[in-house]
Design a protein around this ligand. Structure first.
Ligand SMILES: [Zn+2]
Length: 444
């Protein structure tokens, strides 16, 4: 039997307690005096949260193992405190069949560092025309519940309607990358506004996102099905979602750490590390996104972790690939921009980074409370530790890290996935094993 004692953690930032974990399950919470061999994780002063869940990552395998693999992405996830990540379907080949989804599931299980949950494509080959094998993916061993053409918008309203109808009976959800291709075409790479004009970069206007979200919430209402808005980036989208939720429409939404913290002004140096889709927006949008996350209009933080090989990212701005890393830094960004200013407490962080994304993605064993009988997926955060991000030490295979050189207060100290320490071992003096207690052999 594997046994782990997490000693003195502040549960959701409140009172301190010990957590005794046996065979992947939390057995006891409170003041625990264990006997026999037990690994001890000294969590004195650390905040304990349910393991983090990320609805939106790109792990690049199969097809672009030069940028990331399921193994390196899983390691980055564990280092970032994640016990489950949803792997987007825009790989090569695309995850648009049951076999492809099961392959991603199996590769994730073989790594064992985090739960890798395959996202299925909405349309075959992400081409936007013909529905993929949604039902077969749902009935496969991978039990796919989240479907997305992410990287592409499901722009055909008829296809979107059919997809919503199709996933409804089995409780699936369509995660939409909202980008009207006529309003923001493939070259659009910078928020359309004063900065794009000055830099001479093709603009990506907020309305290209907002108009699709407005259409999709109406399609969700019409079909009685469930839509999720990926990486919300504008105040206008927030208004649409707020309205839709007030009508009782089944819509949820996510926001990325970079859209909560970075603005379009960073583009003035033409540094492609800041090129992302949707683009960084002005500070008014950033303020609206923070407020929406706090008041629950936006449900979850998702990283859109998007590793890229150097030869794809280090180009002139207009030619560089879209996307930035996010898994290892998300908690530090959220701590710095939301917790420290008093916008969110740790229970709020648990809500937006674990509980809500687990519910949206249909993961029954994630996002649970830290109480006896629950699965032991636990993230331990040092709220006071100051870190300076160093892109060269990332577990990710890629280096397109927009936070390089920035200092944050608050960092993940250790991650426990299914009762096992998946991050922290060897990097912290807090782990001791085994502990020989005064009463060896006593029952527990
Ligand atoms: Zn996207």
């Amino acid at each position: 039997m594997s046994r782990l004692l997490i000693r003195g953690a502040r549960l959701l930032g409140a009172e301190a307690a010990d957590l005794l974990v046996e065979d992947g399950v939390i057995r006891e919470v409170g003041s625990v005096r264990p006997s026999g061999d037990v690994e001890v994780l000294d969590a004195d002063g650390l905040v304990a949260l349910p393991g983090l869940v990320d609805l939106h990552v790109h792990l690049r395998e199969p097809g672009r193992e030069d940028a990331e693999t399921i193994a390196t992405g899983s390691a980055a996830a564990a280092a970032g405190g994640y016990t489950a990540v949803f792997a987007m379907a825009n790989t090569s080949p695309v995850t648009d069949t049951a076999e492809a989804a099961e392959r991603v599931l199996d590769l994730g299980r073989a790594c064992g560092l985090t739960q890798v949950v395959p996202v299925g494509a909405v349309t075959k080959g992400l081409a936007g025309a013909e529905l993929a094998e949604l039902g077969l993916m749902a009935r496969s061993r991978a039990a796919v519940r989240v479907f997305s053409d992410d990287g592409h918008c499901v722009h055909d309203a008829r296809v979107m309607r059919r997809a919503l109808e199709y996933v409804k009976p089995f409780g699936g959800v369509i995660s939409q990358h909202a980008q009207d291709p006529r309003l923001a075409g493939p070259d659009a790479c910078c928020h359309e506004g004063e900065v794009s004009g000055r830099l001479g970069l093709p603009g990506w206007p907020g309305i290209a996102e907002e108009s699709i979200v407005a259409r999709d919430v109406m399609l969700a209402r019409h079909t009685g099905s469930r839509v999720h808005v990926a990486h919300v980036s504008t105040a206008g989208t927030v208004e649409v979602i707020r309205w839709a939720k007030a009508q009782g429409i089944d819509v949820t939404a996510e926001v990325t750490p970079h859209h909560l913290a970075l603005t379009t002004d960073l583009l003035t140096g033409y540094d492609p590390v800041y090129k992302v889709n949707p683009p960084l927006r002005p500070s008014e949008d950033v303020e609206a996104l923070r407020a929406a996350l706090v008041d629950g209009t936006i449900d979850a933080v998702a990283t859109d972790h998007a590793p890229h090989a150097r030869h794809d990212k280090e180009h002139a701005f207009a030619d560089a690939a879209f996307g930035m890393l996010g898994l290892e830094t998300a908690m530090s960004v959220v701590s710095e921009v939301l917790v420290r200013p008093g916008l969110l407490d740790w229970a709020g962080v648990a809500r937006v980074m674990s509980i809500a994304p687990a519910r949206i993605g249909g993961l029954a064993a994630q996002g649970r409370s830290l109480s006896a009988g629950e699965p032991a997926h636990i993230t331990l955060v040092d709220a006071e530790r100051e870190i300076t991000v160093d892109a060269t030490t990332s577990r990710s295979r890629s280096r397109n890290n927009p936070w390089h050189g920035r200092t944050f207060r608050g960092a993940v100290e250790a991650t426990v996935h299914a009762g096992r320490i998946t991050h922290g071992r060897g990097e912290t003096s807090r782990i001791h094993r085994p502990l020989k207690t005064a009463k060896p052999g006593a029952d527990l």
